[in-house]
Design a protein around this ligand. Structure first.
Ligand SMILES: Nc1nc2c(ncn2[C@@H]2O[C@H](COP(=O)(O)OP(=O)(O)OP(=O)(O)O)[C@@H](O)[C@H]2O)c(=O)[nH]1
Length: 484
């Protein structure tokens, strides 16, 4: 069962309980049975589910509850708190890096869990907050790991090191950490090898790396889409190395998630971030309460919605100017398309309302939007290719092949992206023709159609949305972006 379904079933059980005329032991038991089934089907460990069941029964003790208590509220709150408790072991990481002081953070995890991607996301996240991160690739086990890290690092302008010739990860890691300490990096991130399974060789290598680099924090990266195996895996890592924090990856649309919930409990370490896609921006600070709220569909996640807007506005601040809609030569280039995608992804639901965009691009397919896949392909293009007028440099089979290989997509997929770009360029050149006023605005009507009803209600309806857009427009000039 995927995470969204799990949330749906739990909130359904709570709703059913709330709608009962009289709240008695039977109603509570029915509700808890449905929740336990849902959690077990989502691969949450039996012992965790059983604890949750016992704790809620203890809190909601009908015999001890005085008359007049709102049982519906007490039960719902107990369920919510228990779900948060599973995800939040109540511990702070043993170490929190401090800006300006050198810290070494080592990433460990099984092969394919997303370590290399996550190292880059972690570095990028901190860099955007003013840190001086650096990446060390100590993964000599997987051919291509260094190239992958290098590509991400170059794109995000983060110093990196690794080796094509040195086969000893310990030597590479030790030299890398030493070098970046000298260069005054304040966050040295060490990416390590994975293996297909938990095996002695991997754990031995991990211990040697820890010995050589003396990490201040070891982060265990876990694939959130795996099932029951997650618990054992997390426990095995925890026993072999001093795991201080966890990052759960691949919690996008199709993740089972339950295994990840169990694993968090196994490591008894806090989750720092979650990965929600392949792209460097798809990385969120983890906070149990909003996560559970979102899982249960509570409050339509208005805070997340507002965050999206603030992030979009502040990311515009970071680049100091809104993304250009056209290149200097008046062309809609692949880079323009990339920047627009970036803006829209940052803006969440509001981004969907931007006129001139092919709505099909926004639709999730296979768990991640086409936009995100296209951005990954564009990540493998050179500056010249991104800026070439009408994408002309990409009318070339060998370049298409290189981008396909570099981004891990098929040639057909890259061609599909280039076709989408051509369609997009056509739409933009029409939309931005001088004198055309009608469809350049972020229009309240369009926006209110794409924002979920419940969210719109919370904002205060269309009127409030309109005044909000106006405010945003005057404060940060976001409207100007679409009004050129
Ligand atoms: N959908 C999704 N994919 C992700 C996420 N994080 C990583 N991936 C993908 O997972 C795959 C494996 O990621 P890597 O970063 O190469 O994994 P790794 O742990 O470094 O692998 P090894 O170096 O072989 O140990 C890649 O295709 C990533 O793009 C995520 O949060 N969501």
């Amino acid at each position: 069962m995927v995470l969204a379904q799990l949330g749906g079933r739990i909130s359904g059980a709570i709703r059913q309980m709330s709608n009962a005329t009289v709240i008695d032991k039977k109603v509570l038991n029915d509700c808890l049975n449905e929740i336990t089934h849902a959690l077990l089907q989502a691969d949450v460990q039996f012992s965790i589910v059983s604890d949750l069941h016992t704790n809620i029964k203890r809190i909601v003790d009908f015999d001890a509850l005085a008359a007049g208590h709102d049982k519906r509220k007490i039960i719902s709150k107990a369920i919510f708190n228990e779900l948060c408790r599973i995800l939040n072991p109540g511990k702070k990481p043993p170490f929190t890096p401090k800006r300006g002081k050198t810290s070494v953070v080592m990433f460990v995890g099984l092969q394919g869990s997303g370590k290399t991607t996550t190292c880059a996301k972690y570095a990028h996240f901190h860099r955007s907050k003013g840190w001086k991160p650096a990446l060390v690739c100590a993964d000599t086990f997987r051919a291509g790991a260094f190239d992958q890290l290098k590509q991400n690092a170059v794109k995000a302008k983060i110093p990196f090191c690794g080796s094509y010739t040195e086969s000893d990860p310990v030597t590479i890691a030790a030299q890398g950490v030493e070098r970046f300490k000298k260069e005054n990096s304040d966050l040295i991130i060490v990416d390590t090898s994975g293996r297909h399974r938990q095996e002695a060789a991997l754990f031995e290598e991990m211990r040697q790396l820890a010995e050589a680099t003396k990490p201040d924090l070891v982060v265990f990266v876990m694939d959130g889409s795996i099932g029951q195996a997650a618990f054992d895996q997390a426990e095995a890592f925890k026993q072999s190395i001093d795991v201080g924090a966890v990052i759960v990856t691949k919690l996008d649309g199709h993740a089972k998630g339950g295994g990840a919930l169990s694993a968090v409990a196994a490591t008894k370490s806090p989750v720092l971030f979650i990965g929600t896609g392949e792209h460097v921006h798809e990385f969120q600070v983890f906070d149990a309460e909003p996560f559970v709220k979102r899982l249960l569909g509570m409050g339509a996640d208005l805070s997340g919605f507002m965050d999206n807007i603030h992030q979009a506005v502040s990311s515009m601040d970071q680049v100091q100017k809104p993304p250009e809609l056209l290149s200097e030569s008046g062309n809609f280039t692949l880079r323009n398309m990339y920047e627009q995608f970036q803006l829209m992804l940052n803006m969440g639901p509001i981004g969907h309302a931007i006129p001139g965009f092919d709505q099909e691009l926004m639709m999730p397919k296979g768990g991640s939007g086409k936009m995100k896949r296209y951005m990954i392909m564009m990540d493998s293009m050179t500056k010249k290719e991104l800026d070439s007028p009408n994408g002309s440099l990409m009318n070339n089979e060998s370049r298409i092949l290189r981008v396909a290989k570099g981004s891990g997509h098929s040639i057909e997929a890259v061609k599909e992206m280039l076709e989408a770009y051509k369609r997009q360029a056509k739409i933009w050149s029409k939309t931005l023709k001088k004198g055309s006023k009608n469809n350049k605005m972020m229009n309240v009507e369009q926006m209110s159609k794409v924002i979920p009803d419940e969210m719109l209600k919370q904002i205060g309806g269309k009127g409030a949305l309109e005044s909000f857009i106006k405010k945003m427009g005057s404060g940060k000039d976001i409207m100007a972006t679409f009004n050129k």
